[in-house]
Write a protein that binds this ligand. Structure first.
Ligand SMILES: [Zn+2]
Length: 87
């Protein structure tokens, strides 16, 4: 069985996904309960961090624009791609 990350839309094992708080906890997201929970892979969750977005689309655009700078190792834990240089 595979589940899908709501941000990058990749299908992966359930254990490689976490519940992201769409409105981050530090912005009061815990009070919103399940309506605020979004299934996300480790990398998308890591990139999003505690940033706050108005819409799902806005957060997805942000995450997708930054995914290229990271890689996922075998454990799904994100790391920075060291060879990437900004011109
Ligand atoms: Zn993802």
């Amino acid at each position: 069985m595979k589940w899908q990350c709501r941000y990058c839309e990749r299908w992966t094992e359930p254990k490689a996904l976490v519940y992201d708080h769409f409105i981050p906890r530090i912005h009061g997201g815990l009070k919103l309960g399940y309506a605020n929970k979004v299934l996300a892979c480790y990398l998308c969750n890591f990139i999003k961090g505690s940033l706050r977005f108005k819409t799902m689309e806005e957060s997805r655009t942000y995450i997708m624009s930054r995914r290229a700078f990271y890689h996922e190792n075998d454990t799904g834990i994100p790391g920075i791609v060291s060879e990437v240089r900004t011109a």
